[in-house]
Design a protein. Sequence first.
Length: 620
Amino acid sequence: MDIIHLLPDSVANQIAAGEVIQRPASVIKELVENAVDAGARTIQVIVVDAGRTSIQVIDDGKGMSPTDARLAFERHATSKILKADDLFALRTMGFRGEALASIAAVAQVELLTRLQGEELGTQLNIAGTKVTDQQPVSCPVGSNFKVENLFYNVPARRKFLKSNATELNNILTAFERIVLVYPEIHFTLHSNGTELMNLRPGSLRQRIADVFGKKYGQDLLPVEADTMMCRISGFVAKPEAARKKGGHDYFFVNGRYMKHPYFHKAVISAYERMIPEGMQVPYFIYFDIQPSDIDVNIHPTKTEIKFENEQAIWQILLASVRDAIGKFCDIPSIDFDTVGKPDIPIYDPDNTTVRLPQPQYNTDYNPFKQPSSSSRTSRSQVPGEWESLYEGLTSTDKSERLEEAALPSQDDLFGTAFSSPDPVTPQGLLAEKSPTHYQYKGKYIMTAVKSGLMIIDQHRASVRVFYDHYASAAGATVISTQRLLFPETMQLAPSEAVLMQQLLPQLSAHGFDLSDLGGNTYAVNGIPAGLEGLDPLSLLRQLLADAATPVNQSLNLSVSQSLNLSLARAAAIPYGQVLSDEEMDSLINSLFACTNVNYTPDGKAILCILPQQDIEHLLG
């Protein structure tokens, strides 16, 4: 009996949709890219409930005929390529012909479209790959896609969508990757009736500043390189703009966003010895390369691209970024404000009329002689007969002092964890009680326990202590706020502003005093007590970056727990800080009073024990 059969088109489309349409952001990416390929100059995106309820993309591109509108929703139907060889000459964003078919398989779609020169357009309604209605309609030139009830027929996929704030953040990320490539197109984005972005046509630098804030525009350095192999353009940030997390790093190849860790290493290598290790530098780099030298047909998301001459392009990229940074560092500071400044003549050795200033000094001046009454000043005078102060210093005394200075200090014997104001002598070292703890290289605390030698990571231990403190304080009462003498303003990118709205209640409960000034700008009026030594703006940006990082999301931490962890990391004892014996003792006592002494909230080990028998084996 035959058991192999062809799947129905509806089932095949749903299977394909699982690769192409993963979340609402995927729908927006595909529809906006189609609008760009259609030559649109204005593109509007409207979402309701982060795309769960409705996604609408309106453009003023070419539009479609009634036949094309119906055929566009068939699998592998595309206007971008005709034969396999066209894959090696792609200049469009889409080419697979799967996006609209995948969207129609898992949602209810309404399309209004009209060609230039036609009096009437076409209205097409599709639900689950089935056409429910098609008729002529009056509509503007271009296309208007409305996608409702995404994953209505795939309950499992709809159930595992994240919160609205997370999905909206993903939409903003996908939207940013497109708008950064086409600064000449007018983009708008609305969410639940609120305008999140209104990006008017302009230069690339202006588009970056509109998306991420004016501060980015001030910190960008232009990158230019034109070779036979490829052309590289864009911007990299100044070294002082580096940050620990949340750096915006973008690569675009022929207008297509891509992820490329190998090229990322080239950019970071250009900043070697200019930024601390582990810091991220924002960059926006655009490659223009022959389509035949790359392969974009690797993954349905098209974010992975293969290069034929990868190593050579790596070298070109590294050299171009270094050149941009070098030009920035070589620019001298020129002061053009010369109003009221003295006119300093240029020295000419042949001009005998110009007399050089001649220094004058008293050759008879002796600082050890008493000044005369006529030249006496208010300065403290050297006492007379100063030679008597050095009498009695024999060669024997000098040798004894050298012997005392040659004795090893307590820091040399026990490390930097201990200090004593008293002079150290061999007899004192033998009589003194052994220290309780020892700090190794400013990173680890070692202390003796019954079973062997305990080694504690001082930073991670401090993170655990502060995390438990913030968790208990947030559960009991509101943490006290330290008011800033001068409030500071912070401008956020739209994606950061969405996350800030979600974190605002928790930030207030943790002691932050923030005021919404509108336009994605906030005033920082106060920070939690105990964090006065930290930069408020850097701290808040770090909190936003930590909340958005996939690591914290994979740990299934709540918003409050993620915030507690971020605050604990900011307030924790850093690596390299020297601790006294009392400080180490206090840290260890506080650690063993915590709920979990072995691991940090993000699962990193805090301590380990080197057993006594292992020590004896190593020394045996």
